[in-house]
Design a protein around this ligand. Structure first.
Ligand code: BES
Ligand code: MN
Ligand code: ZN
Length: 520
């Protein structure tokens, strides 16, 4: 597993007295002093540092100095081994840029700490930063903990040096901000980041180290820990329910399929939001095999399921109110075993629609369609949001930065877009419509599972739309962003854990949908 051993706490100790590895302070661009008087020792050094010209508080600029090497007998100096100054730039930008700035700063601190092998840190929050105190703490903690993430599970000879290069104890000093708010934000940041790191771990694990069974076990573990309802539909139940999509994709695999269900219930009177995540633990393409180059990366085809499950962990951990949330993860491999699904086969999805299989590599939509249809019929949600690494085409269209968003409801799309931009996980909406849907018409069945070469992300979403009826629905195609999302100080190469914080933010601020106004 990732190191995740770090602790994070709030402290009110005098920063001058902190004798640990690294004392961190923030500096606004061109400011002559820190905004916190509690750091007189650093304040006196600042004009001299600026005079030298190496550091003036530009965003992401850093400067490390060693206060105990400077003799200053007159006044107290910090006892910390090192002081790290982190530039915040000017505060002339948009609120979401300021949130992101703090996450980036947190990630930058993690990198600097790694460079000098600092394990014990005290971070003094920036009092004058124009953002709510709880958000300052939350964004910074996200940056710190997500930036501290490494995956070492399979390294048997990890050098001591590498082990030492992680932050272990992080103390946050409110620096004049309201303590309760800082504490609240810190806890929210910690819960969210731990969930993101859990999702990253799942995606980092290979196909033989993270199977449908592992999804079920993890769901059981978090459910026991935080009082979620948990259920797994095994193969026999899937057969009884007629989930022909999950079963068809599973035919070529030796691993039994699962439909993992986790419920966060606040009250029967409240509406339910349904989350569905693609849990394809390895996608070989099946009989329509993928080319060998890069096929190993198809272990991350379960990132939607990981995001949804991790989001449930965070939702239960932070006890959100005002809404019930149910998560469904259809989990299977897509393999070319002797019983595998073949091109030309006709299958029946949950609910009865028949599908002509053109390409067995378009398997995600088959497992998602069953879960969407079943979830909507069973839980009658107010809205449904699905996350899936569904198409390579979304990488062609949007690259590794924006996640593709397709929805049948403008309000839901708008709420999600706002939650995404707040979390630093931007979404870009693509259209749907009958002109695209007709590319899925089949001569022999109700529909076929692929269109032609064009608009692959849209036709995939059109396929899913067939199974959601009038329920407000949004689909996030995370194929480009779940892996190698734009690299940032707090987002390493590899799995990003995208979607977790967007979902948690969305559900925390959930606005009921106005049905009459919003149907597209
Ligand atoms: N899991 C893939 C999509 C994918 C591609 C995810 C690249 C991450 C990176 C999905 O199951 C798939 O194979 N889709 C096909 C659909 C096609 C056959 C219509 C694709 O995108 O090529
Ligand atoms: Mn595929
Ligand atoms: Zn796939």
């Amino acid at each position: 597993m990732h190191m995740g051993q770090e602790t994070i706490n709030m402290t009110l100790e005098d920063p001058h007295g902190f004798a640990g590895d690294l004392l961190v302070c923030f500096v606004e661009e061109d400011a002559l002093t820190l905004d916190s008087e509690i750091l007189g020792g650093v304040n006196r050094a600042l004009p001299r540092i600026k005079e030298i010209g190496d550091f003036n508080g530009k965003k992401d600029q850093t400067f490390i100095y060693y206060p105990t090497l400077i003799s200053d007998d007159q006044e107290p100096i910090p006892r910390a081994k090192r002081v790290l100054l982190v530039g915040l730039g000017k505060q002339d930008d948009e609120i979401n840029d300021r949130r992101e700035r703090l996450r980036m700063a947190g990630g930058t601190i993690a990198r600097q700490a790694e460079g000098v092998k600092a394990r014990d840190l005290l971070v003094v929050l920036p009092r004058e930063y124009s953002l709510d105190a709880a958000e300052i703490a939350q964004c910074l903690v996200e940056g710190l903990l997500l930036g501290n993430y490494r995956f070492h599970m399979y390294k048997t000879t990890l050098k001591e040096e590498e082990k030492a290069a992680r932050m272990e104890n992080i103390a946050l000093h409110p620096g004049g901000l309201v303590e309760e708010a800082v504490h609240k934000g810190m806890i929210a940041g910690k819960i969210g980041s731990e969930a993101v790191c859990a999702a990253r771990d799942m995606a980092n694990r290979p196909g033989n180290g993270w199977t449908p069974h592992d999804f079920a076990e993890y769901a059981k573990k978090i459910s026991k820990k935080s009082g979620l309802k948990y259920k797994v539909l095994e193969k026999s139940a899937l057969q009884k329910l007629g989930m022909g999509g999950i079963l068809a994709v599973n035919q070529g695999s030796a691993q039994p399929p699962k439909l993992v269900i986790v419920e966060y219930r606040v009250s029967k009177k409240l509406p339910t939001v349904l989350l569905v995540g693609k849990g394809l633990t390895f996608d070989s393409g099946g009989i329509s095999a993928k080319p060998p180059a890069g096929m190993e990366s198809m272990k991350y085809d379960m990132s939607g399921g990981a995001a949804v499950l991790a989001a449930m962990q965070a939702i239960a951990g932070s006890r959100i109110s005002g809404i019930n949330v149910v998560a469904l993860i259809p989990a299977t491999e897509n393999m070319p075993g002797p019983e595998a699904l073949k091109p030309g086969d006709i299958i029946t999805q949950y609910g009865g629609k028949t599908v002509e299989i053109i390409n067995t590599d378009a398997e995600g939509r088959l497992i998602m369609a069953d879960a969407l249809g079943y979830g909507i019929a069973t839980y009658q949600p107010e809205a449904v949001i699905d996350l899936a690494t569904l198409t390579g085409a979304v990488i062609v269209a949007l690259g590794h930065h924006y996640t593709g968003l397709l929805a049948n409801n403008d309000q839901l799309a708008a709420q999600l877009t706002e939650a995404g931009v707040q979390a630093g996980e931007p979404l870009w909406r693509l259209p749907l419509g009958p002109e695209y849907r007709k590319l899925l018409d089949s001569r022999v069945a109700d529909l076929k599972n692929t269109g032609d070469k064009s608009a692959g992300t849209i036709t995939a979403a059109c396929y899913l739309q067939e199974f959601v009826g009038d329920t407000p629905w949004a689909h996030l195609d995370i194929a480009g962003t779940a892996w190698d999302f734009t690299e940032k100080s707090y987002i390493p190469k590899g799995p990003s854990g995208i979607g977790v914080r967007t979902l948690v933010g969305l559900l925390n601020n959930w606005q009921p949908l106005n049905l009459s106004a919003a149907q597209q």
